[in-house]
Design a protein around this ligand. Structure first.
Ligand SMILES: [Zn+2]
Length: 153
């Protein structure tokens, strides 16, 4: 029973989707992308679930990916963590968080990134860095300039 992201719902053959686990919030997302596909997916045997996203948010803030994840992404990550099932996703941030957690994941389109990375806030003025744990730009404690989210090198 793999956890499937919306790309899988959109692109996989229906028989491959059967038995998968998906978040309720994905149906709305899928409707926006393809209403026809949403109607089809609603008619097949998949498990619709919603779980608390708190642990997923903590896990995503550890790698600094939280600002890059949508509420739907967090729902999907939370489902994977709650069920312990393999997560199928092409989202590099979701893959990155899974890798950091040691959680099994696979790509939807058979492309998996091999790199582990960390996002950080970097000051545009003095280049000071800090862990990125929110979606917001922050102000540097050192010089008062804006800090932007960058990939840590
Ligand atoms: Zn600064």
């Amino acid at each position: 029973m793999p956890v499937l992201d919306t790309a899988a719902l959109l692109h996989w053959p229906v028989e491959r989707l059967c038995g998968g686990i998906v978040a309720h919030s994905q149906l709305e997302e899928l409707r926006k992308l393809s209403n026809q596909r949403a109607i089809l997916v609603e008619s097949i045997e998949i498990k619709w679930m919603t779980v608390d996203t708190k642990d997923a948010e903590i896990a995503a803030s550890e790698t600094g990916d939280l600002p890059r994840l949508s509420p739907v992404d967090l729902d999907i990550l939370a489902l994977a963590m709650a069920t312990g099932e393999t997560l199928f996703t092409d989202d590099y941030s979701l893959q990155n968080v899974c890798r950091n957690l040691g959680h099994l994941f696979e790509s939807v389109s058979n492309k998996v990134s091999n790199e582990q990375w960390i996002w950080e806030l970097r000051c545009i003025g003095c280049r000071a860095t800090r862990k990125a744990d929110s979606k917001n730009e922050e102000i540097c404690d050192v010089c008062g300039s804006v800090m932007k989210v960058k990939r840590a090198s």
